[in-house]
Design a protein around this ligand. Structure first.
Ligand SMILES: NC(=O)c1ccc[n+]([C@@H]2O[C@H](COP(=O)([O-])OP(=O)(O)OC[C@H]3O[C@@H](n4cnc5c(N)ncnc54)[C@H](OP(=O)(O)O)[C@@H]3O)[C@@H](O)[C@H]2O)c1
Length: 337
């Protein structure tokens, strides 16, 4: 039958049944996603507390900043792109009437920028109650190298947060003398795709691996090793360190997908978690009373999750930590964790 001929009744009913079947599957999948995504229902207020979130100019970070501002926190939005950062801040202030939102410039892929940023925060801020490492970079086909000569995904997603945590730890410790503090790392389920060999592969020589998309999984694997090792090193300081998978969320993280894949992907975007759904586990890990004192854990859908088992290997955690110290070139007078 040619495409312009009207199909007979039997064919129409088969096509309709097929279409109905596909739509039902998609609808049920979306319902299942909604039902299992978890919701942080607490109305906890954050008046008098300071929260720092990276990548707060867009996506999950901006949505989280909005929620934290509604709760009365002083929100430090650590962002690379000033134009969208200032717009996001103005929008959040307008909506929440919380004037206590401030943008600090930060390029997480540059050690120099991180040092300037941390100096700025340490000089101007009295306290830091919650530090949320949210900013993230993913590239799927092209390979990039940071100003410091490090593969860009690892530079932004792991080495940047590693250095930043060191440079802000004294402010957290000062705050933690009176109130518990939390460090929250936005990792990802894609850590399960990592091929990283933590015994010799941290620097990820930019010409060494293909495809580059796997580098994202490696960086998220590093996020979890880092979180767990940090938790151990901060034991007894009143600062906890936990990480999470936010779910598969309709955000800008997909922007660098190769063109044909992107077209197909766009069709399915509306079935992903919305930004509001995507921030629930971040809020849970940052604010929930249910996990007071809990540290060194991985969460998803507002409850404990199970990461790939080898992230629990203390030798790998320590090996990554030691290599990271060398790679970010910690100085003798930098805080020691
Ligand atoms: N969306 C998902 O399905 C998903 C799933 C699992 C985990 N995650 C994680 O969730 C976090 C938030 O991502 P998203 O989904 O909201 O993606 P997004 O919309 O692309 O937002 C990423 C944010 O990170 C910032 N950023 C990137 N490179 C930076 C750098 N060098 N310095 C400072 N900021 C930088 C971006 O700023 P610019 O605007 O300046 O680029 C942007 O604000 C990431 O850690 C991501 O890995 C997302």
């Amino acid at each position: 039958m040619a495409w312009y001929e009207i199909p007979n009744t039997n064919a129409v009913s088969i096509y309709s049944a097929l279409l109905f079947g596909v739509l039902t599957v998609v609808f049920v999948f979306r319902l299942w996603l909604k039902a299992t995504c978890g919701k942080f229902e607490s109305k906890v207020r954050l008046d008098g507390k300071t929260v720092l979130i990276t990548g707060a100019n867009s996506g999950i970070g901006k949505e989280t900043a909005r929620d934290l501002a509604k709760r009365g926190a002083r929100v430090i939005m650590a962002c690379r792109t000033m134009e969208t950062a200032n717009k996001a801040r103005d929008e959040i202030i307008e909506e929440t009437k919380n004037e206590n939102c401030i943008v600090y410039p930060l390029d997480l892929s540059s050690f120099k920028s991180i040092r300037e940023f941390a100096a700025n925060v340490n000089e101007n801020e009295e306290r830091l109650d919650i530090l949320i490492h949210n900013a993230g970079y993913a590239n799927y086909l092209t390979r990039a190298v940071s100003k410091d000569g490090i593969e860009m995904t690892m530079a932004t997603n792991h080495y940047g947060p590693f250095l930043m945590t060191h440079l802000l730890i004294d402010l957290l410790k000062k705050t933690a003398k009176k109130n518990p503090c939390r460090i929250v790392v936005v990792a990802s389920k894609t850590h399960t795709l990592s091929y990283m060999d933590p015994n010799n592969d941290f620097h990820l020589n930019p010409v060494g691996h293909f495809p580059p998309s796997d580098l994202y999984g490696n960086s998220k694997f590093a996020n979890i090793l880092f979180t767990f090792e940090l938790a151990r090193r901060l034991a007894g300081t009143n600062i906890t360190s936990n990480c999470l998978h936010p779910g598969v969320v309709d955000s800008g993280i997909w922007r660098n997908m190769p063109i044909p894949v992107n077209y197909v992907f766009n069709i399915f975007r509306s079935f992903l978690k919305t930004l509001e759904e995507g921030i629930q586990t971040i809020l849970y890990v940052a604010l929930s009373d249910e996990i007071n004192g809990v540290t060194g854990r991985y969460f998803r859908n507002c409850r404990y999750g199970v990461p790939r088992s080898d992230v629990n290997n203390p030798d790998w955690q320590k090996a990554l930590w030691d290599a990271s110290r060398r790679i970010v070139k910690l100085k003798a007078n930098d805080p020691f964790i």
